[in-house]
Design a protein. Structure first.
Length: 288
């Protein structure tokens, strides 16, 4: 039983919960991060999305198990290795998914709609959309946009359209870069359906469009900010972070879980994100 619980927790991917920090974007950028009630609501929303995300990871690992067993690293995952029965994983996924939906209605109906949309989009991705070139990375990016919108509707605030658009392009850039890293390691390209249809040249061309779009939309957000145009001084920080991630992608020697691993393992990238958050919060708080 202890081993079953341990393998279940591993398969829930708690390390990936850092992605749900996107829910805090709204409360930070509308300058309400000192409102304890709203902060508690966003934290509650964060937990709900962690449950929903874990449900998707469990389901996705069940679907990908035949491919993961042929991958040098992923074959060690609990579901692929057989240490966590697929039936137990599916049961837990259903429970976590249902709990996240039920709980979300206690915040408000619009937030519940984002949770349902997030789950529906990712179930489609796990079973169907991941097979299609370009659509797969767009789907991943839309999942992050939903998180940002969810954080806003949870506390009933309006959010900048430019920041939502910048989020879409940023996460699309990260998804494309992750595909590039996967493709640079032939084992995974052979293992998963759809990935082998990409080429490094195509992915580089896609990023050549998406990376400038990320910078431009973020710049437009800073120029049009209702708090302070001083936010434009964070543009070089964002630019360095993007370039640092490109650098990491090109020097990796093996495939991993992508941006989350890079954020947690690369001190320069971690420090860049911290500096960006600190500078942005200070400008919004004291210059807004």
């Amino acid at each position: 039983m202890i081993d079953l619980a341990k393998n279940l927790i591993i398969s829930m991917r708690p390390k990936q919960w850092v992605k749900n920090l996107f829910l805090f974007a709204a409360i930070i950028f509308v300058k309400q991060f000192f409102d304890i009630e709203k902060l508690a609501t966003v934290f509650e929303a964060f937990i709900i999305f962690c449950l929903a995300g874990s449900a998707i990871y469990l389901l996705n690992d069940v679907v990908d198990a035949p491919y993961d067993r042929r991958h040098p690293q992923k074959r060690l995952r609990p579901i692929a290795s057989g240490e966590l029965p697929e039936s137990a994983a599916v049961f837990a996924a259903v429970v976590f998914g249902a709990l996240s939906i039920f709980w979300s209605f206690y915040i408000n109906n619009f937030f519940a709609l984002t949770v349902v949309g997030f789950l529906a989009l990712n179930v489609l991705y796990s079973f169907y959309l991941k097979r299609f070139v370009i659509i797969d990375v767009i789907t991943i990016a839309l999942g992050f946009v939903i998180r940002v919108i969810a954080g806003a509707v949870a506390i009933n605030v309006r959010f900048s359209e430019w920041l939502i658009l910048a989020t879409f392009f940023l996460t699309l850039f990260l998804a494309i870069s992750k595909r590039k890293n996967e493709l640079m390691h032939a084992e995974e390209a052979e293992a998963r359906e759809g990935l082998g249809r990409y080429s490094l040249a195509l992915l580089d061309q896609m990023n050549a469009i998406v990376l400038p779009s990320t910078i431009i939309t973020y710049a437009f957000y800073t120029f049009s900010s209702e708090h302070s145009k001083l936010l434009m001084i964070t543009i070089p920080i964002v630019l360095y972070g993007l370039f640092r991630y490109l650098f990491l992608i090109n020097i990796k020697t093996r495939s991993d879980d992508g941006p989350t691993d890079d954020l947690l393992s690369d001190k320069n990238l971690t420090l860049t994100v911290f500096i960006w958050l600190a500078v942005s919060a200070a400008i919004i708080l004291y210059a807004g």
